[in-house]
Write a protein that binds this ligand. Structure first.
Ligand code: CP
Ligand code: NVA
Length: 329
């Protein structure tokens, strides 16, 4: 059987297919228990710390509710209120927090930071999003895919737009591990790193699936059962990039015409937050500057029956709880 106790959760390249499936199954079990009102405070007496160098709604709340449901204490450190990276090194921060807590979540910048934390903490470290990867999102996403399509392998997932971002990279990895055909559909400039593509192609070959990169919408969406997109400028990137990204990525907007190119039963997914709601302050600023009406997904698709984005958001909590339980038990 799979035993993940004591393990870090930094990127899915470190996890086997069986281990990833185990986490998805565990998330489904914990979700069923939560719905049935069955207590699962199995980690009573343990404490975790959440270290955020970027903002968050879903990930932070998922770690907090997940920890509380498991009976744990939880400390949240916001982007400004710790010494880390300013007065204190990553290594020293890790060694201090590792003496006090049973597990550490990190959201922030380079993947090397979370790897560095893990190397020095002496307790499990979980990646809550870095510039390169967003692995907890993947457990939630794959649970959502399975709930809505009834399977994992046998699907084709197409990521539209900024395919080389943390979510695009992570989807490519998890699809390769799980036998899902993955397609990055976007401009050549925004594709995942070539070395990572190569690595994922090798993994995909072992699992009977393919990795395709294309600029062509028809090729990208033919037979697609899961259409996925993400915001065009990620956290930590300069707001000056909006003009260039709008120009590059507008052809890859997920709108009704794009959905019509996919399989008839295709679902729409988005990690959120999304720019479909142009009343948010960031969207208003971008809109005023560039006069663009809609961005990575239209309101029509976002609000359609094909959209499973709020199941996906809810599943963040069940799957993050699964990651904490599996590694701390
Ligand atoms: N999807 C996701 O990670 O959302 P937050 O940035 O709100 O945590
Ligand atoms: N690519 C986005 C994902 C947010 C959950 C970002 O990094 O901002």
């Amino acid at each position: 059987g799979v035993d993940l106790s004591g393990r870090n959760f930094l990127k899915l390249l470190d996890y086997s297919t069986d281990e990833i499936l185990y986490l998805i199954d565990l998330a489904a079990e914990l979700k069923a228990m939560k719905k049935a009102g069955e207590a699962h405070d199995w980690l009573h007496g343990k404490n975790v710390v959440l270290l955020f160098e970027k903002t968050s709604t879903r990930t932070r709340c998922s770690f907090e509710v997940g920890a509380m449901d498991l009976g744990m204490g939880v400390t949240y450190l916001d982007p400004k209120s710790s010494q880390m990276g300013k007065k204190e090194s990553i290594e020293d921060t890790a060694r201090v927090l590792g003496r006090m807590y049973d597990g550490i979540e990190y959201r922030g910048f380079a993947q090397s930071i979370v790897e560095d934390l893990a190397a020095n903490a002496g307790v499990p470290v979980w990646n809550g999003l870095t510039t390169e990867f967003h692995p907890t999102q993947m457990i939630a996403d794959m649970l959502t895919v399975r709930e809505h399509t009834g399977k994992l392998a046998g699907n084709k997932l197409t990521f539209m737009g900024d395919a080389g971002n943390n979510v695009g990279n992570s989807l490519m990895v998890v699809c390769a591990k799980l036998g899902i055909d993955f397609c990055a559909c976007g401009p050549a400039e925004q594709m995942p790193d070539a070395a990572l593509v190569e690595q994922c192609r090798e993994i995909a070959a072992e699992n009977g699936c393919t990795i395709t990169l294309t600029e062509d919408l028809d090729e990208g969406l033919a037979g697609t059962t899961v259409v996925y997109t993400d915001i065009w400028v990620s956290m930590g990137e300069s707001a000056d990039l909006w003009g260039e990204r709008i120009k590059l990525l507008s052809p890859y907007q997920v709108n009704a015409a794009a959905m019509a190119k996919a399989a008839p039963n295709a679902i729409f997914m988005h990690c959120l937050p999304s720019f479909h709601d142009l009343n948010t302050t960031t969207a208003v600023e971008v809109n005023e500057k560039f006069g663009i009406a809609e961005m990575e997904v239209t309101d029509e698709v976002f609000e359609s029956e094909k959209s499973v984005v709020f199941d996906e958001a809810e599943n963040r909590m069940h799957s993050i709880k699964a990651v904490m339980y599996a590694t701390l038990k």
